[in-house]
Ligand binder design. Structure first.
Ligand SMILES: NC(=O)c1ccc[n+]([C@@H]2O[C@H](COP(=O)([O-])OP(=O)(O)OC[C@H]3O[C@@H](n4cnc5c(N)ncnc54)[C@H](O)[C@@H]3O)[C@@H](O)[C@H]2O)c1
Ligand SMILES: [Zn+2]
Length: 365
C-alpha cells in the first residue's frame, strides 16, 4: 500500500492501493470507532456494489451507520442537497466527534466536504474517491463547493478530510469516457510539472486502463504532485493556478456547449491550444504539438472539430476569470513537461488566442 502524507494545517494521509474497500473496517477504525457515520454516495456507485460493501465493513465498528444515496450528475452539487444533508445530520443528532464518508466521484466529494465543513462549524469526513479524477484531483487539496444557479462552485469552504482511501480497483466499473476524462487531468500533471510522467504516458504500448498494474504508482505520483502544489499554496494564492492549465478554454468550451463537452475533453483542447500559443511565442519547439495531440487522441480526448466562434469563447473565458486588472494570467508550457504562469494584457492574449483558435478549427476540420 502507498501512503502520501499531506502536511497541511490539519494533516492527513492518502492511502492508495487495490482492494482497499475490502479492508475498510481496519483502515477506518481510528476514525469511525464508536462514532455515528453517515455514508453519502450516488446511484451508479451503489449499483456497482460499493455502498453495501462499505456498510458491511463499517457496521461492526461504528456506533451507527446511515446511508444517503443521491441521484447522479453535477446537478447534485446543490444548496438543496446541502440543506437536506444538514437536516439529516441534525435528525441523527450528529455531534462534532461523528464522521461523514463521501463514497463517490468529485460531485459527491465536493458536496459532502462542504456539508462536513459547515455542520457545527466543521465535522470530520473521509473521502473514498471512486473516479480517477476524484482520486488525483478533487479529493486532495481541501477545496469543497456546491454550485449556485448563477455558476459552478460558487459556494464552498476549505475543509480537509481526515483520510482519503483511494482504492484504484473501484475505477474498473467506470464508463470508459469517465475514465478518459480523468486521464486528461493525469496528462495535465505530466505537462505542468513532470516530464517523466508525461514521457511514460507517451511511451506506453497501449492506453492506460483501470486494471493496469502501474495505476497505483501513477495515482500516487499525481497525488504527490497535487500535494506539493497545495502545500505551497494551501489557500489558493497563486501557485495553484498551474493546475488550471487548459482550464480557461476548457471551462469556456464546457459552458458554451451547455455542458455537452465534458470537463476532461474541454481541458484537453484547452491544453493543446495553449501549447500552440506557447510554441507560437517561441517558448518550445513545434514538435511538441504533434506529440501532445497524439497522446490526447490515444484517450479520445480531442474532437473531430468544434464549431464555436472565437467571440463566444473569448466572452466565456473572460467571465470565467476572476479578473483583478486589465491583464490575464495564463498557464503556458515552457518545455515538454513544465509550465509557467504568464501575465499578459487581455488584448494581446485575445489576439493570439484568436489566431490559434482559427488555426485549430482549420486543423481539426
Ligand atoms: N474540489 C476540487 O478541488 C475539485 C477538483 C476537480 C474537480 N472537482 C469537481 O469534481 C466534479 C467532477 O468529478 P467526477 O468527474 O468524479 O464526476 P462525478 O462524481 O459526477 O462522477 C462521474 C460519473 O461516474 C459515475 N461513477 C463514479 N464512480 C463510479 C464507479 N466507480 N463506477 C461506475 N460509475 C461511477 C458517477 O455516478 C457519475 O455518473 C465536478 O463537480 C468538479 O467541479 C473538484
Ligand atoms: Zn480539471
Amino acid at each position: 500500500m502507498e501512503k502520501v502524507h499531506i502536511a497541511v494545517s490539519q494533516a492527513y494521509d492518502v492511502l492508495i492501493d487495490r482492494d482497499l474497500l475490502a479492508q475498510a473496517k481496519q483502515l477506518l477504525t481510528p476514525h469511525v470507532q464508536n462514532k455515528k457515520v453517515l455514508v453519502v454516495s450516488d446511484r451508479n456507485v451503489e449499483a456497482a456494489g460499493y455502498v453495501s460493501k462499505l456498510v458491511e465493513e463499517l457496521t461492526s465498528v461504528a456506533e451507527q451507520v446511515t446511508v444517503e444515496v443521491l441521484p447522479t450528475g453535477e446537478a447534485q452539487k446543490s444548496m438543496a442537497n446541502v440543506t437536506r444533508l444538514l437536516s439529516r445530520l441534525a435528525e441523527l443528532n450528529f455531534s462534532r466527534t461523528d464522521c461523514l464518508v463521501a463514497l463517490g466521484g468529485g460531485v459527491i466529494g465536493d458536496l459532502v466536504g462542504f456539508v462536513a465543513g459547515i455542520y457545527l462549524r466543521g465535522v470530520d469526513f473521509i473521502q473514498i474517491p471512486t473516479t480517477l479524477l476524484s482520486a488525483i484531483d478533487s479529493s486532495v487539496g481541501g477545496k469543497t463547493a456546491v454550485d449556485l444557479p448563477e455558476g459552478k462552485n460558487l459556494a464552498g469552504v476549505f475543509h480537509q478530510p481526515r483520510l482519503v482511501l483511494c482504492d484504484v480497483s473501484l475505477f474498473e466499473s467506470l464508463p470508459s469516457a469517465v475514465f478518459e476524462d480523468g486521464c486528461s487531468e493525469l496528462i495535465k500533471y505530466g505537462m505542468i510539472m513532470n516530464p517523466i510522467l508525461l514521457k511514460g504516458l507517451l511511451e506506453r504500448p497501449a492506453a492506460l486502463k483501470a486494471s493496469d498494474a502501474d495505476l497505483v504508482e501513477i495515482v500516487k505520483i499525481c497525488v504527490e504532485l497535487k500535494a506539493s502544489v497545495v502545500l505551497e499554496d494551501e489557500f489558493d494564492q497563486g501557485l495553484r493556478q498551474l493546475l488550471n492549465y487548459g482550464h480557461t478554454l476548457g471551462h469556456a468550451l464546457e459552458q458554451v456547449s451547455g455542458y455537452q463537452i465534458s470537463h476532461g475533453r474541454g481541458v484537453a483542447t484547452g491544453m493543446l491550444v495553449f501549447l500552440k500559443i506557447a510554441v507560437r511565442q517561441g517558448r518550445l519547439a513545434p514538435e511538441a504539438v504533434e506529440k501532445f495531440a497524439r497522446l490526447l487522441h490515444t484517450y479520445h480526448l480531442l474532437p473531430e472539430r468544434y464549431n464555436y466562434s472565437t467571440e463566444l469563447l473569448q466572452a466565456a473565458m473572460l467571465k470565467d476569470k476572476k479578473r483583478r486588472s486589465q491583464t490575464i494570467t495564463i498557464v503556458l508550457p515552457s518545455e515538454f513537461g513544465r509550465c509557467e504562469l504568464k501575465e499578459l494584457p487581455i488584448e494581446i492574449f485575445m489576439n493570439v488566442f484568436e489566431e490559434e483558435w482559427l488555426a485549430y478549427g482549420q486543423a481539426t476540420s
